[in-house]
Design a protein. Sequence first.
Length: 196
Amino acid sequence: MNPYPELTLSESATTIDLNESKGLKLKHINLMTELNEAENLNITKAMQWIKRNRKSNPLSITFLMKLHKQMFGDVWKWAGVFRVSDKNIGVPWPEIPSKIKNLIDDTHFWIQNKSFDWDEIGVRFHHRLVSIHPFVNGNGRHARLLCDILLERHNIKIFSWGGVTARSDETRSFYIKALQAADQKNYDLLISFVRS
């Protein structure tokens, strides 16, 4: 019997449907704390992969997908694969590849034309990627890490993300509020959050 019929990481995280939860590779996991621990271990391994792939272009669909697989591939069979179902957030799933390509093209344009300062480029990139919601789960963590890789590759100090490593409810709440403001094209809260 599947212990995750409606798996969620928190009250505001995306629900994973029954078919997607069948993709759990670690059948011994029975508790959310165990799942979080397994994913965190996988993300730690992904950091080593990132170091070995410093010359890879983070603004490519291939890198974007490989990064997600490196972050979650030891835990989920569907890691690194764009979702094939609609969620309560994100674009309709058939639009994911074209929306990702548009984001990558726009980000190249912003960088080449210095359309915004680097904090705003990073925030806009992150926000759009989260809004697209390309994967079944792990989108926020993936978008934050990919944004940091983009900044680092351009010798820009990476974001602090409001100290999200602590994952306090208050920090997450502010992060969600900042993303919602960005939905309305107001990036001030998110810019403030990523450097706090």
